[in-house]
Design a protein around this ligand. Structure first.
Ligand code: TA6
Length: 289
């Protein structure tokens, strides 16, 4: 179902009969809502989010491509999150496996303007699926369609903002003993000493080569979201905390308490695609397993 969202921007709503739903804006291929069977919202969206291109939407699941953060010459987190994607009604049958659930296929191709800032032709297809059990699955396929024989290299993240009862009630599991780059210390490399992550100050780390499954536990509302990822070895964990939150104009001052970003990413080892090659990535979010 395609409908008009905030500021008339188009969004697609996926629903399952038992009550779960997903909303995704064509602007940025940006998921802004994921509700479970009980109708609980699992995704954080800022109350001050600005739905006004070219501003990226604060919260939800921005797709970071072709550059994570400021690791290159492009704007922070690249441009996929502030471009208008189209609905791909005829995806090639071998792009994605047969999907169990309701889904929409979105497509991004660079415009001539985009080619001036990043001179690489690509097709980025993303399938957003809501499974019969209410899980949210994002499958991505990026193809180098350059015909002059040039490879390109990118970094990538699904910058998922989860909604939490209170950040003080949250634990992230799956990072024990892993190396991470601390964004608050010039990306210096450290090794995690704790079994579970809890957050009580600004936190911004890239955990490297994590297990395929990590878990975000929210003891406040007795809920766990399982994050399962393929082709996305790294995981970013971010909370701006009080001081940094004040500098983010599209985040209400106290809202850092109600969010945590746990991002499935490919950052440490950027992906290189030769002409004609494609890369696939998958993120599955579930409150059940
Ligand atoms: O993924 C973490 C991070 O890169 C942080 O450093 C933080 O600034 C955040 O993303 C948000 O970035 P944005 O460009 O959306 O303000």
């Amino acid at each position: 179902e395609v409908t008009k969202g905030i500021n008339g921007l188009e969004k697609v709503i996926l629903r399952q009969t038992h009550g779960s739903s997903v909303e995704v804006y064509l602007y940025g291929a940006h998921v802004t809502s994921w509700k479970n069977e009980q109708g609980e919202e699992l995704i954080f969206l800022s109350s001050k989010a600005i739905f006004s291109p070219p501003k990226p939407i604060r919260g939800g699941i921005p797709t970071v491509f072709p550059q994570f953060s400021n690791l290159g010459s492009l704007q922070s987190h690249g441009f996929a999150r502030n471009r208008f994607w189209t609905i791909d009604n005829k995806p090639s049958p071998d792009t994605f496996k047969v999907t169990n659930g309701v889904f929409v296929d979105l497509l991004l191709k660079p415009t001539e303007e985009d080619l001036k800032i990043w001179p690489h032709r690509f097709e980025f297809r993303m399938r957003v699926t809501l499974t019969p059990g209410g899980d949210l699955v994002l499958t991505s396929c990026i193809r180098n369609t350059d015909d002059v024989g040039k490879p390109f290299t990118f970094t990538f993240a699904h910058h998922t903002y989860f909604s939490v009862s209170n950040i003080s009630e949250v634990e992230v599991k799956g990072m024990a003993k892993l190396d991470y780059l601390d964004n608050l210390q010039n990306r210096t490399r450290f090794t995690e000493t704790k079994d579970t992550i809890t957050i009580d100050s600004e936190f911004d780390r890239i955990y490297l080569s994590t297990p395929k499954k990590v878990a975000v536990l929210d003891h406040g509302n007795k809920r766990t979201v399982f994050v399962r990822k393929d082709g996305l070895p790294d995981a970013v964990v971010w909370n701006p905390w009080e001081k940094k939150a004040k500098t983010i104009v599209d985040l209400r001052e106290d809202e850092y308490k109600y969010m945590i970003a746990v991002e499935a990413a490919a950052i440490e080892k950027p992906v290189t695609l030769q002409p004609g090659e494609e890369w696939k990535g998958r993120l599955e979010l579930s409150t059940r397993h």
